[in-house]
Design a protein around this ligand. Structure first.
Ligand code: PBG
Length: 333
């Protein structure tokens, strides 16, 4: 007989030590990636009003955000930039004097053990806020954008990025970036692609922070339709064939079904991106006293790991790493 009363599940649950020994999914500081917004200027640490707790940092101030992260065991940063100029084709994205490239050089020199990931996209750099070169009908021209993205990736690799993270959602961008990198001697630089990046309402605070909201229309012509799980999987798995090293699912928790399905279809490492809108949901609930901070944050981010993601990109990375350090690295206490 395999059921109750012979089997009693609570035998393994009642004793806290046994419970701890049998923990299946852990969340540790080594799993976390911290996004950072880098701005021009000096001495800048400017809070972003619509994104409380997150700031714009000038390059010279980066130790103030990178230092505490690293001290708590966070190993990797995902860099976004605010350029000093924007134009139709977002050419500041591949200008080596701009914040992301300068930050890469600075961090590479000052934090040689940190893993530097560069978000590769055009929307922060184009005057119209779309993620690529516009055709005359106002849509984004896929193949012309691939050339721009390749230039961005090369400029980021030259500045010191270990990993290129294309977030534009053009077809064929992973292959294009991979061959551009290989062609210029950057075969050791990885590609972490936003394989399942959905057209989502959860990017609001980020677009304020990055100044990247489209000036007309929306991104549904290139980002994934959230109601089409089969299409999402087809698109994401194409990145595997094109040579991606790590896949990103974004947003994270509203799309954990996608993460779990992808986990069953590929052995590539995966990251879930807890995006700005998810950050605000948690932040607001904590501020309202509706969610207990430590337990709430740990449970939410552990769910991303349980769905099959190896890594979690989150604006809470340092805070979480600190909490996890205190909790002895366990997923739950
Ligand atoms: C842009 C990009 C976006 C995010 C990261 N890179 C948003 C967008 O499509 O506008 C969102 C991140 C977040 O909301 O935290 N290519």
């Amino acid at each position: 007989m395999t059921g109750f009363p012979v089997v009693r599940m609570r035998r393994l649950r009642q004793n806290p030590t046994i419970r701890g020994m049998l923990t299946e999914v852990t969340l540790e500081s080594r799993h976390l990636i911290l996004p950072i917004f880098v701005c021009p200027g000096e001495g800048e640490c400017r809070p972003i009003p619509s994104f409380p707790g997150v700031s714009h940092w000038s390059v010279d101030m980066l130790p103030k955000i990178a230092g505490p992260a690293i001290r708590n065991g966070v190993k990797a940063f995902l860099l976004f930039g605010l350029p000093t100029y924007k134009d139709e084709d977002g050419t500041s994205a591949f200008d080596k004097g701009q914040p992301v490239q300068r930050a890469l050089e600075f961090l590479r020199k000052n934090y040689p053990d940190a893993v530097l990931i560069a978000d590769t996209c055009m929307c922060e750099y184009t005057s119209h806020g779309h993620c690529g070169h516009l055709s005359s009908d106002g849509s984004v021209d896929n193949d012309a954008t691939l050339e721009l993205l390749s230039k961005v990736a090369l400029s980021q690799a030259a500045a010191g990025a270990h990993v290129i993270a294309p977030s534009d959602m053009m077809d064929g961008r992973v292959a294009a970036i991979r061959s551009a990198l290989d062609g210029e001697g950057f075969s050791g630089v990885g590609v972490m692609s936003y394989a399942a990046k959905h057209a989502s309402a959860f990017y609001g605070p980020f677009r304020d922070a990055a100044g990247s909201a489209p000036s007309f229309g929306d991104r549904r012509g290139y980002q994934l339709p959230s109601a089409n799980p089969r299409e999402i999987l087809r698109d994401a798995l194409m990145d595997v064939d094109e040579g991606a090293d790590i896949l990103i699912v974004k947003p994270a928790v509203p799309y954990l079904d996608i993460a779990a399905k992808l986990r069953a279809r590929t052995d590539l490492p995966m990251a879930g991106y807890v995006v700005s809108g998810e950050y605000m949901l948690l932040h607001s609930a904590i501020s309202a006293g509706a969610l207990e901070r430590a337990r709430g944050l740990i449970e939410y981010h552990t769910a991303v790991r349980r769905a099959g993601c190896d890594l979690v990109i989150t604006y809470f990375a340092t805070e979480l790493a600190e909490l996890l350090g205190r909790a002895g690295g366990a997923a739950e206490k």
